[in-house]
Design a protein around this ligand. Sequence first.
Ligand code: NAD
Ligand code: UD1
Length: 361
Amino acid sequence: MDKYSKMSKSIKSKKISSNSTILVTGGTGYIGSHTIVSLIAAGYDPVIVDNLSNSKVSVLKRIAKIAGKKPPFYKIDIRNQKALDGVFQKHRISSVIHFAGLKAVGESVACPINYYENNIGGSLSLFSVMADRGVKNIIFSSSASIYGEPSVIPIKEGTMPAPTNPYARSKLIIEQILQDIYIGDPVWRMVILRYFNPVGAHESGLMGEDPQGIPNNLMPYITQVAVGRRKRINVFGDDYPTSDGTGVRDYIHVMDLAEGHTAALKKIVKMTLIKSKQKPLIVNLGTGRGYTVKEMIQTFAEISGKKIPYRITKRRPGDIATCYADTAMAQKILGWKAQRNLSDMCADAWRWQSQNPKGYV
Ligand code: NAD
Ligand code: UD1
């Protein structure tokens, strides 16, 4: 019996008694798939809906290998209300974690209609089916990108949002729709999670980030250089007001992020037990510390033992100098704090990429 089969045996024994069926939209995607593993480990029964527009069905086998069971999966576009309703009829869903959405900033600038239609249209369709079926617990994937260029660092949840592109705007609009739904019906229980920069992979090396085409984000670009898929990385500017001139971000291990959802789910269950009004919660999920691009490249090179050639190019339009989270709210409200450090993020990302040079096949 290998380590992960053993882990899955112990996971099975931890079954919780009620409120255990969780619908996860976008559950075959990068963050969704890692969250599924975390949910199963915590005793929940996730059910996945995904249209596979940015993920592969083969991730389900990896989930099964790590977690010891393959969750029910439906290839459905969340804009298809009839199909979505069928899933609610078939399963006694208690809460929804809503990841499904498009997430490439550049693409959102080029094709805003697609982004608004998919992200906002998809969310409205989901919320409508939930309301009809009386399922009123939701955790929503929002993004630190809604803050835009913050004037105060670390960023607190009360910072005035100032999104600078259609992707980020779609997230903020969905947050506002959720707030309006709550005003109309305060029975809803909502946790809006604003993620900073998720990186890394499951420690088994079986699951990780698998971007299609040229990666937009730093970490998958670095791992593809390390594995020989790309020659070198372009560092977008070294004239920012930071320690070495390159941009600073709050990178968070994807399994820490996944566990943040399990913590949010526990919070939602508690909120449900309280009959009085429970306002939507908005919580940053980050580590509270930032690293520069050069620090990321250097740490990854040290951990992987691979050379990461890079060259400095001009700034990427829309980029900001520094962004990291104030994490006090997550600790106070969810009792959650990121546990993994930058070495873990790099080691796990490298294990995944080196064992799966072409991603999921
Ligand atoms: P991902 O693309 O890997 O996962 C999203 C999943 O949603 C994909 O599997 C895709 O096929 C599915 N999907 C998209 N539109 C759909 C639709 N209409 N119907 C059904 N399925 C649909 O992305 P991810 O990195 O796992 O991100 C998950 C969520 O977190 C997204 O909402 C994203 O905006 C948000 N987020 C991500 C990051 C990040 O850096 N990865 C940062 C902040 C917020
Ligand atoms: C990007 C998105 C943001 C999203 C976030 C989550 C943009 C403008 N913003 O943010 O909306 O929420 O991802 O993952 O796309 N870098 C390089 N070379 C590269 C890639 C990146 O130097 O090839 C630098 C960037 O300039 C930045 C840092 O690395 O300083 C991180 O970039 P990235 O991973 O794209 O994340 P964000 O820019 O924070």
